[in-house]
Ligand binder design. Structure first.
Ligand code: FAD
Length: 405
């Protein structure tokens, strides 16, 4: 089968078969369970940011492009309490800081400790630390979306509008020192999105219901070796490359989540504790993967080059996350934003190894490395998308082999 990618991946010691086994049997089921929890299913996003690059764009009028935001009653109370936006429970300090910030009262009434905590969080908020533009979650334009009720699937968004977005993303490439790695990441993301729309395609529609499912011919058109002049299988290999990069980031970030101060806070203590346990099991599993990608091979070079590379990646990914505000289809924009933020967060982790290693283990010290709730939700959901794509390849293989028989 053309979609049976085999053998080792370029630049990696890992073979595709090992990823398939590991993902489909171990990671995928656990991840699905985690992503259906309240902490991960409610994502706050601003889908109304204007496109910063061009003005001649319209909105996709197709009904499948729409996104249904949550009503206030649907979002767990705990998520709405802004003091927990950083998911840190050692946040009596933080709560005090936020109140003070709102009142414009950063003055002598704050303890030294609290003032220091405020400075730490402010430092973290600095955009320069990030690989993507994050929406201002406090803006009235930002809304919670239930990702389970707005799944990534076929929307009908295509043609010159969609191509303009993909082209401008690939064109960012020329800024980057490590062009090949950058291209493979984007191409992997592109492949994943196109697998999802083929796996959850609108097969039939009448007044009463819509039938969504696998469209094998759509999948063949996009990935068959013959039909894509040999490009299809290469694109699938790029999907596995992206998988390895994000898996590596999850393995590296384990110490951050292991700290007792960290909670997946939604205001439901029993559920929150259970989900933290599940999250840690998943991260230990990610760490135990035997053939991890060696990111030093990718980001190698002398210190000066490494710094330049980091800055290039940052700039590039920030621009890509801004391009997402130009996607006319809201559903595609939602998932496009989430997945580029997730990938940006994975890169931030891979480039912050030293800060993560130096992180204090005690609950009352703010670490210099921080992740906001938005970054955490996008990191895991983005990996969830790639993991589902790898799983879907297995389904397409079976469907194609049934067709042949
Ligand atoms: P496209 O996928 O638009 O590709 C354009 C060109 O890029 C191709 O002709 C090919 O030369 C090249 N190319 C294609 N794949 C790759 C790859 N993996 N690596 C390198 N080059 C490649 N549609 C939906 O139905 N649901 C969605 O959720 C959805 N989300 C989207 C999110 C974003 C951010 C964008 C930009 C588009 C999204 N789309 C979605 C649209 C979808 O990705 C396609 O653009 C659309 O289906 C038209 O496909 P196409 O065959 O014309 O080629």
């Amino acid at each position: 089968c053309f979609c049976q990618v085999t053998g080792t991946l370029d630049d990696c010691a890992c073979d595709v078969e090992t990823i398939d086994r590991f993902n489909n049997k171990e990671i995928f089921p656990k991840l699905q369970k985690l992503l259906s929890s309240d902490y991960f299913r409610f994502y706050k996003v601003n889908l109304n940011n204007p496109c910063p690059f061009w003005t001649d764009h319209s909105q996709c009028g197709l009904k499948y492009c729409a996104v249904k935001p949550c009503t206030p009653g649907e979002v767990p109370e705990g998520l709405k309490s802004s003091s927990y936006k950083y998911s840190e429970a050692a946040s009596q300090d933080l709560e005090e800081c936020e109140k003070a910030e709102k009142l414009g009262a950063v003055n002598g009434s704050l303890s030294d400790e609290t003032r220091q905590a405020l400075q730490e969080w402010k430092k973290h908020d600095d955009e320069s630390d990030r690989f993507c533009m994050l929406d201002d979650v406090d803006s009235p334009e930002s809304q919670y979306v239930d990702l389970l009720l707005n799944p990534e699937r076929f929307t009908g968004y295509k043609g010159p509008e969609a191509w303009r977005i993909w082209n401008s993303i690939y064109e960012e490439n020329c800024l980057c020192v490590e062009k090949r790695a950058f291209f493979r990441l984007i191409s992997g993301l592109h492949a994943s999105i196109n697998i999802h729309l083929s796996a959850r395609y609108l097969l039939d529609e009448n007044w009463f219901e819509m039938k969504w499912g696998h469209n094998v011919s759509e999948f063949q058109l996009r990935f068959d070796k013959e039909l894509t002049e040999g490009e299809g299988p290469k694109r699938l290999r790029n999907l596995y490359f992206l998988y390895l990069i994000e898996l590596r980031a999850l393995a590296k970030i384990l110490p951050y989540f292991e700290r007792p101060a960290f909670h997946l806070y939604t205001g439901q203590p029993t559920e929150d504790n259970e989900k933290k346990k599940l999250l840690l099991e998943l991260l230990h599993m990610a760490k135990s993967f035997p053939l991890h990608f060696d990111e030093t091979a990718l980001f190698a070079g002398n210190k000066k080059e490494a710094i330049k590379l980091k800055e290039d990646f940052k700039l590039t990914f920030k621009n890509i996350s801004r391009v997402m505000d130009c996607v006319e289809c809201f559903k595609c924009r939602l998932w496009g934003k989430l997945q580029t933020q997730g990938l940006g967060t994975a890169l931030k982790i891979l480039f912050s190894e030293r800060q993560i290693e130096a992180m204090p283990n005690t609950s009352n010290t703010n670490p210099s490395f921080q992740l906001s709730r938005q970054e955490i939700v996008s990191l895991f959901n983005a990996f969830g998308r790639i993991s589902t794509s790898v799983r879907e390849l297995d389904n397409f293989r079976s469907l194609l082999s049934n067709l042949k028989q």
